[in-house]
Design a protein around this ligand. Structure first.
Ligand SMILES: Cc1cc2nc3c(=O)[nH]c(=O)nc-3n(C[C@H](O)[C@H](O)[C@H](O)COP(=O)(O)OP(=O)(O)OC[C@H]3O[C@@H](n4cnc5c(N)ncnc54)[C@H](O)[C@@H]3O)c2cc1C
Length: 428
């Protein structure tokens, strides 16, 4: 390893760090990547259940609607805009396609490698880095970062030492990362940390309210409506799939809402989403209540999976044998609400960090220049990926943002070094 400073040192070899290294090397910089783990890739190999939901189809303005974070509504989108234009979902797809790994879109717009393996995307990235001459050091955990006379001095575990003229911090967030060194390293330079909390995380429901639904673990409603209610007010709503777990709710609609959910909130899940209003649901219940027909049969006729129909009856205190025609009016109203407006699931807790797929919070956006991903406090310091205070919805948005911010940070870091050199040459 050369003694002279590297031009760009990237800390973290997740998707953001790998793209940063790639973009910096494409600009002609000498690049070193330091990775704490035994393997590069960060969370990329696990993404999308190993299938790698790398991005989403759509124009950039559409993609931008799926990000949250920052101090006020719309700040994350404004922040990510230049990065997504610098390296868009189209650029990403073209990059992989040109290297023999086409991406294919599913009906809902999610983009996956055609081979169905996230690992193949990682192999393409590593091959490209190799070709560009990027140095990658594994089991190299960075623990200290200082800047003096225009050079960053890096130290870490096992006697790790390196120097760089620019540094990209791409150490990820708190999700599946018990020791988020990057937050501490950035805070050491005076950067503000917005307290992290789990995002894209399943929700645990109050055990008593959930008891009848425990047997539904594994049942999913492919497309339904969920309302997030606090103190009787609807705070947010989402359409999408809901999955019942052993202790609560998951699936894209729940995961997307989870960044807003607090214990004590109520999630109302429409169990028969085809019915738009409780009045319509009540009418349908009445229409189908013929002769000795059991309510469970009527519910199944309205599209509820068998297990869910049984669970719902138990939850509202009705027996399995209950005949639909003999249902008291009040009970029918309650049932109609659960079907159309949403059955209430009181939230006991959010899932923990080991279950979270993303982080809400991170390095405050206002101290980072969106046009370069450069620190506004420290020249030569850049940020990329989940370490920053933005989080995307499920559907490939988080990886796209990691790739895009990584690309912009790496390119900017290389240009920063080049500018400095030019400036130095002029002065010298
Ligand atoms: C199970 C799971 C599935 C997911 N599926 C999807 C999906 O399908 N689509 C999607 O868009 N998003 C998905 N995500 C989210 C996505 O994986 C992340 O948004 C993305 O990986 C963030 O990239 P990153 O490079 O910023 O961080 P990471 O992927 O976390 O990479 C950070 C890297 O930095 C290294 N590092 C940390 N500290 C140090 C240090 N001190 N020194 C050196 N190296 C360090 C880490 O070891 C790691 O390799 C998923 C997340 C999880 C957990």
């Amino acid at each position: 390893m050369p003694r002279a400073p590297w031009e760009v040192v990237v800390v973290g070899a997740g998707p953001a760090g790998l793209l940063a290294a790639l973009a910096a090397a494409q600009e002609g910089a000498a690049v070193l990547v330091l990775e704490r783990g035994k393997e590069p890739g960060g969370k990329l190999p696990y993404a999308g259940g190993g299938r790698g939901n790398l991005s989403h189809t759509g124009e950039v303005p559409e993609l931008l609607r799926h990000y949250h974070g920052g101090r006020r509504a719309g700040e994350a989108a404004r922040f990510l805009r230049p990065a997504l234009y610098a390296f868009s979902n189209r650029d990403l797809a073209a990059f992989f396609a040109a290297r023999g790994l086409p991406l294919v879109a599913e009906a809902d717009g999610r983009l996956f490698p055609k081979t169905g393996r996230a690992r193949d995307a990682l192999v393409v990235l590593l091959t490209e880095l190799d070709r560009l001459g990027v140095a990658l050091r594994l089991e190299a955990r960075v623990q200290e970062l200082r800047r003096a006379r225009g050079v960053f001095r890096i130290q870490g575990e096992g006697g790790l030492r390196a120097e760089g003229r620019a540094v990209v911090l791409a150490t990820g967030g708190r999700a599946r990362n018990p020791e988020p060194d990057g937050y501490r390293l950035a805070a050491g330079f005076g950067h503000r940390l917005v307290p992290p909390r789990p995002a894209l995380v399943p929700v645990r429901v109050e055990p008593a309210a959930f008891a009848p639904f425990r047997a539904c673990a594994g049942v999913s409603l492919p497309s339904t409506r969920v309302l997030l209610v606090r103190g009787g007010r609807t705070l947010a709503q989402k359409e999408g799939a809901v999955l019942f777990t052993h202790v609560g709710l998951s699936g894209p609609a729940i995961l997307d809402l989870s960044r807003e959910v607090d214990p004590g909130d109520v999630l109302r899940v429409a169990l028969a989403p085809g019915l738009r209003t409780s009045v319509e649901a009540e009418r349908r219940l009445l229409e189908r209540a013929r002769g000795k027909r059991q309510l469970a049969t009527v519910l199944r006729g309205l599209g509820l999976p068998r297990g869910l129909a049984r669970a719902l009856l138990a939850a509202v205190g009705l027996g399995l044998e209950q005949r639909a025609a003999e249902l008291p009016r009040e009970a029918r109203r309650g049932l109609a609400e659960s079907l159309a407006l949403g059955h209430p699931f009181p939230v006991a807790a959010l899932g923990d960090w080991a279950e979270a797929m993303a982080t809400r919070g991170g390095i405050a956006l206002e101290e980072v220049d969106p046009k370069t991903m450069g620190s506004r406090l420290v020249p030569g310091l850049f940020f990329a990926g989940e370490i920053l205070d933005f989080d995307g919805e499920s559907g490939g948005y988080n990886l796209q943002a990691a790739f895009s911010t990584g690309y912009l940070a790496g390119r900017s870091a290389a240009r920063f070094v080049r500018e400095q050199r030019r400036h130095g040459a002029r002065l010298g």
